[in-house]
Design a protein around this ligand. Sequence first.
Ligand code: F6R
Length: 463
Amino acid sequence: LDAFKATLDRLTGAYALAVLIEGESELILGARRGSPLVVGWGEGEMYLGSDALAVGPFTQHISYLEEGDYVAMTRTDARIFNAAGVPAERAIVKVAASSALVEKGEYRHFMEKEIHEQPDSVQHTLSEYLDLVSAKAKPAVVDFAAIDRIQIIACGTAFYAGQIGRYAFEKYADLPCDVEIASEFRYRDPALSKGTLAVAVSQSGETADTLAGLSWCKAQGLKTAAVVNVHTSSMAREAEILWPTHAGPEIGVASTKAFTAQVAALLSLAIAAGVARGKIDAAKEAELVKALFEAPRLISEALRMDAPIRNLVQDLAKARDVLFLGRGPMYPLAMEGALKLKEISYIHAEGYAAGELKHGPIALIDEYTPTIALAPMDDLFEKTSSNLQEVAARGGPVIMIAPENAPDPHGAGIRRVHAPDAHPIATPLVYAVPMQLVSYYTAVQKGTDVDQPRNLAKSVTVE
Ligand code: F6R
């Protein structure tokens, strides 16, 4: 143990270690710095794993090691020490049984299963924040009236969920909201007013940059909240306010149901903020709450579009570059679509605000570069539609995801995927589904490793 401690003192960087020693069959040593590590307490057996999910099939009794902790484990016991080498007490907590949920069941991939779980995961998450019976937002732990700004910090998919949240906070609550990639935010010395609420958004709750951004805000004396899917994670424990999402364990590396759960939580919180700030009256509140609770049904409807999408992707799978376009909240969704496609199919893709097309990306358009447009029937539809005509006029293949009753843009080569018509607040939740299915089936068509794409990790606990 002394040698182990002396070794740890000489290591730099982030790690989670499990050490076996030849000839010592009754001892496992573990240590963490920068990466999570948990001790699982079984009956006559002990476990060491990266998180509760990893040891979930064996035990639900977990101790979370804290930063710098190390542990000496036998078959029946664990002695935990802090970074200074002093014995430390780490509570044994009981986590929800989850092993049954991590089977693929009838699905070919976890990602496919998780896409299909979204009616439930969105419903569960909405129910955390909204009450369907009274058609009201539940009071949020924070006093939104006392806040003058929201700063969302996140990475990757969670960053795009945050951007969708921003549209809602500003539109429905008149609450200024900034969203920044955590790896930029944490090193930039941002100027934040004392009335700012810092909100970390994260599936895992362990992403190193997001956690560091959150801790920085806390150290500045700001109020902090975390929208997280793993409710026992580092961020859940670090933030003053825990705003849970209820997506359940997400196994596919490419995030799907955790993303829509984040969006559902943020949209719901925006309604609560709107009410608290007197920006929406009871009638508007009821309209928005009911509209969001329609989303699970509309998502189920969107899931039935998988056959036409499977046909469409035959061509898409041959593309080298793909452009995703959207306006309003469909713009971050377009960026999320592009991220999803590149992650699992390795096709280069970019998400753009449709209005930016003329400012550069249109130069990419040719007959080999498909454009996928997210075009709900809102007050921006006509504008997106005319952008698609411009693409089609330059010979670019177009896939337009829009309601069945949306008028056809004039132009040859525009193919359609029908998405259910939804209230504007619910549109991002509904349109996420065809966008995910496009990526999923394209990857299946290409034969890539959908659940574990090359070079990617589910939880990015290092910078
Ligand atoms: C994309 C994806 C990543 C994560 C990002 C943040 O499909 O999964 O972009 O969204 O690494 O992870 P969390 O949400 O765990 O902080």
